[in-house]
Design a protein around this ligand. Structure first.
Ligand code: MSP
Length: 640
């Protein structure tokens, strides 16, 4: 059992807003982090953003802004999203942090001094999307397998890391520690890359081509590029080389990534560590992709799923549960809202929710809300089975979580839930309650069920921390007790008889499938009736509306106006507009965004501010989403 535990996610590029894929990795890291708290390990959880490189410069240019302003804005979107998703990270690193830059410089200098970085000319096939060179063999039909675009041939003088020198060592290490890269399929993939001679890694870009990076400490004309910068975050966050955190946590590091970045993490990073004299990481845990309609979710394919809107619609714990239960860690999974609703209705509302409210309702019905005491003289051999089932669930859960087999760990808990539901049916407490002689058995049955629920509430804690706490509250637990610790879950007869329990609650309301279904298959007529459309207008009437593309240049809240934001927008001239979107957007995240406005609406004063136009937005009961353009457009461009 580890005494310290360190988990990392990839640091995400800030060239796109966070989506379901990022949310999955970060929630998975949160789940293992919480699981290690269950084992009483001292834990450290790192996530962050990767902010240098061509892509960032391009994205900033598209927004007519500087890389600095741009990275600050997008990095904040990630940082602000994590608390919304219940993420308990201890640190959030940015590759533009001063401390990180200094440590990258130190490692580069150390490896350079040791002779493992050299200068040379190189010509190769470069994919701008992946920000790396490809060998002919790696291409599929001459294209990058990830971006499906042909790479460009580039010739340049650059610095190279002598990666080839460490090839034999790496093969040996992986063979000696077979689960260092897991699941097995990814270890095999790395070993199969390593069957071919490893080329040295190009680690720089001339400043003439790219300035937005970390300058090489030994050559002022070059910046380090992508992986030598990004991968180092895992040790720079711990204050490598002599920080207390580094000494304590590095030996227990667990990296989590998806298969897209297997090669940098399975090959570049280990060889970099070896060259820098840093101990090899403990495990690299690799998961598959969340796909939508069988394609990887990505901004360029336009099929991204927004984690926040799913959380808002279905609740945080249900969302986290679905992600962890539905994906087999290591394999791809196809995302569908139907599957999410099914899981909520069957696993959460039916299995867990019903068991919980059924048992608590019986405590109130038969014992006036008071936890019953088991008579010591009673033969309760029938309840021993439940204690055994719970202990088995805890053991299985621990084994599976330790291997990152989240879906199996959860299945073990649901097996216990199913056994408990059967236990209720078999022992039939309502029959026992009818006979006077049944009362002692009834006390034992209900007490054991409460204990089973206590164990379940602890086991679901890493995945559904809020629900776990709600259950605990209703089981009368002392809030100061670390109810989720495994040692505590292995015990039985913990709940104090006589404790008065609060009335039951619905943990997960059932989702009305009909109501939530989309309108995809409805015919036009039905949609028209249901949408209560406004009366028809002529083309001339519509042409009177002056719709323009506007770039938001400033945004601030209006004192005492809950929903309103005061915006300055650029439409070729500067306008002030008051928009009722404050509940759904923070002022910071709006800056730089392009929206569509009605430019010729009669000015109106709102909360003392003269609004000169109106921002278009889609509004439903929960939130509003501003209308925008598919690509960046010159501010002021009219829409027709
Ligand atoms: N910046 C690099 C990582 C550097 S780490 C030293 C990078 N960033 S990224 O923004 O592209 O993030 C990639 C990671 O995001 C994946 O490895 C995975 O963790 C997550 N995912 C992005 N899309 C995903 C899916 N469609 N499905 C599952 N995870 C996904 O690569």
């Amino acid at each position: 059992m580890p005494s310290s535990f360190y988990v990392t996610t990839p640091i995400y590029y800030v060239n796109a807003r966070p989506h379901l894929g990022h949310a999955y990795t970060t929630i998975a890291a949160d789940v293992v982090n919480r699981f290690n708290k269950m084992r009483k390990a001292e834990t450290y959880f790192l996530t962050g953003t990767d902010e240098h490189g061509d892509k960032i410069v391009d994205a900033a240019e598209r927004e007519n802004t500087t890389p600095r302003v741009y990275v600050d804005r997008i990095s904040k979107l990630f940082r602000d999203l994590w608390p919304e998703l219940g993420i308990s990270n201890d640190d959030f690193i940015r590759t533009t942090d001063k401390k990180h830059i200094q440590i990258v410089e130190k490692i580069l200098q150390d490896i350079y001094d040791a002779g493992d970085i050299y200068f040379s000319e190189y010509e190769g096939l470069y994919c701008f999307g992946c920000e790396r060179f490809y060998t002919e063999k790696e291409l599929v039909d001459g294209k990058c397998p990830d971006h499906q675009t042909a790479p460009e041939r580039i010739r340049e003088s650059n610095y190279f890391f002598r990666m080839s020198k460490y090839q034999d060592w790496l093969v040996e290490h992986i063979n000696r520690y077979p689960d260092v890269i897991r699941p097995e399929r990814y270890r095999n993939e790395v070993l199969s890359f390593l069957k071919e001679p490893l080329e040295d890694l190009c680690i720089s870009r001339p400043k003439s081509r790219l300035k937005w990076g970390i300058t090489l400490p030994f050559d002022n004309n070059y910046v380090t590029y992508v992986w030598f910068d990004a991968l180092v975050n895992y040790v720079s966050a711990l204050d490598y080389p002599d920080g207390k955190k580094f000494i304590k946590f590095w030996p227990s590091v667990q990296h989590i990534v998806a298969k897209d970045i297997l090669k940098p993490h399975g090959i570049y990073w280990p060889t970099m560590l070896k060259a820098a004299g840093i101990e090899m990481y403990q495990h690299l845990n690799v998961h598959g992709y969340w796909n939508v309609d069988e394609s990887k979710m990505s901004k360029s394919l336009g099929n991204v799923v927004e984690p926040l809107s799913l959380k808002n619609k279905y609740g945080l714990d249900a969302f986290r549960y679905f992600l962890m239960r539905d994906m087999v860690f290591g394999l791809d999974s196809n995302f569908s809202e139907d599957a999410l609703v099914n899981r909520i209705n069957s696993d959460l509302a039916n299995d867990l929710g019903n068991l919980f409210s059924r048992v608590l309702a019986m405590v109130h019905k038969y014992f006036k809300g008071c936890v019953p005491q088991i008579d010591p003289t009673i033969d309760d051999s029938f309840s021993v089975s439940l204690e055994k089932d719970a202990a088995e669930a805890v053991t299985e859960f621990e084994i599976c979580m330790d291997k990152f087999a989240f879906h199996r760990a959860i299945a073990a808990v649901w097996e216990l839930i199913s056994k408990m539901n059967k236990y209720v049916d078999i022992t039939a407490p309502w029959e026992l309650a009818k006979k006077k002689s049944g009362i002692r058995e009834l006390e034992a049955v209900i007490y054991n069920l409460l204990e089973g629920l206590r164990v379940i509430s602890g086991l679901i804690y890493p995945v559904m921390p809020d629900t776990a706490r709600t259950m605990q509250k209703h089981l009368g637990n002392d809030p100061g007790v670390p109810f989720y610790e495994l040692d505590y879950l292995r015990k039985w007869r913990i709940i104090r008889p006589g404790t008065v329990l609060p009335k039951t609650v619905t943990l997960f309301p059932r989702i009305d499938v009909k109501k939530e279904k989309t309108t995809d298959h409805d015919d036009d007529q039905k949609i028209q009736t249901r949408l209560k459309m406004k009366p028809e207008i002529s083309m001339e009437e519509f042409a009177k509306v002056d719709l323009r593309v506007a770039t938001i240049t400033a945004a601030e809240t209006i004192p005492r106006a809950k929903k309103l934001l005061k915006l300055e927008v650029d439409i070729g001239e500067t306008r002030t507009i008051v928009a009722g979107i404050s509940g759904s957007y923070s002022p910071e995240e709006l800056i730089g965004k392009q929206v569509i406005i009605v430019a010729n609406l009669k000015p109106a004063k709102l909360m003392g501010v003269l609004s000169n136009g109106m921002v278009l937005a889609a509004v439903d009961e929960k939130e509003c989403t501003v209308a925008g353009m598919d690509k960046v457009v010159k501010p002021g461009t009219p829409l027709s």
